[in-house]
Design a protein around this ligand. Structure first.
Ligand code: NAD
Length: 260
């Protein structure tokens, strides 16, 4: 379905981003992976995706908190693939603390990586998307882009910002054959959430199982984690021609969390 297209997926060495990058490769797109991790593990992953799906897969270690690194990654992808058709702004980090104790450097890092990186990457790829009159921008926000939880001020602010950025960009690019949408996942079991479970179990002096049932899934009417594959399939759909008229949306995939 996406043969001949090429994609950049930020934060795709792990979790949701890795699932999305794999699904785009399976659908036939060339993919630029990005994120941190062990070099040998990432090279094995890159090679496996190429072999399994017969597409070109490249890797950039660009730090999403650095605008010049983001622009350089976009240029590398354009040089390698000839064009960039799909951008998935997925890289993200989390920090949990009361707002009056929230470290300012954590606030800056979360806003930079979870929100500003999307602006910088969109800015870098838009001219050539416009020239080709086709593009798909998918921003990975969160249920926290639509609702709030205590102790996550920077994350909630960044994810609400992602929803706003999506809407503004969607209006600007609609007549150029480009769509821009946000996906808003509920809790997904990834390394980010595993860390959060461990931190919160320690902070509250309760078991990891209680954190899952009383802090996390308490919000989600379905009482189950969202699966990476579900988010990957939604992203591939948003890249399809069937979704050409869908733009500016913030799509919850959260087991009913944001219905409250
Ligand atoms: P994860 O920790 O498994 O993966 C995060 C990815 O981002 C990794 O590849 C990591 O290397 C990369 N990354 C982190 N900092 C980076 C930086 N400075 N530059 C480049 N890459 C960087 O996390 P995940 O759970 O897969 O989260 C992915 C996205 O989904 C995030 O934006 C997160 O906020 C969002 N999200 C996650 C959940 C969840 O429950 N897991 C729910 C809603 C939204």
């Amino acid at each position: 379905m996406l043969k001949g297209k090429s994609a950049i997926v930020t934060g795709s060495t792990s979790g949701i981003g890795l699932g999305i990058a794999s699904a785009l490769a399976r659908a036939g797109a060339d993919v630029m992976l990005n994120g941190f991790g062990d070099a040998d593990t990432i090279e094995t992953l890159r090679y496996r995706l190429e072999q399994e799906h017969g597409v070109r897969v490249r890797y950039s270690r660009a730090d999403m908190s650095r605008p010049e690194a983001i622009a350089a990654m976009a240029e590398t992808a354009r040089a390698e693939f000839g064009h960039v058709d799909i951008v998935v702004n997925n890289a993200g980090i989390q920090h949990v603390a009361p707002v009056d104790e929230f470290p300012a450097e954590k606030w800056d890092a979360i806003l930079a990586i979870n929100l500003s990186s999307a602006f910088h990457l969109v800015k870098a790829v838009l001219p050539q998307m416009k020239a080709r009159r086709w593009g798909r921008i998918i921003n990975v926000a969160s249920a926290h882009g639509l609702t709030a939880s205590p102790f996550k001020s920077a994350y909630v602010a960044a994810k609400h910002g992602m929803v706003g950025l999506t809407r503004a960009v969607a209006l600007e690019v609609a007549q150029h054959g480009i769509t821009c949408n946000t996906v808003c996942p509920g809790y997904v079991m990834t390394p980010l959430v595993e860390q959060q479970i461990a931190d919160q179990a320690k902070a509250h002096g309760i078991s990891p199982e209680r954190v899952v049932s009383e802090v996390m899934l308490v919000h989600q009417a379905r009482k189950a984690f969202v699966q990476v594959d579900e988010l990957a399939a939604l992203t591939v759909f948003l890249c399809s021609d069937a979704a050409a008229s869908m733009t500016g949306t913030a799509l919850p995939m959260d087991g009913g969390w944001t219905l409250h």
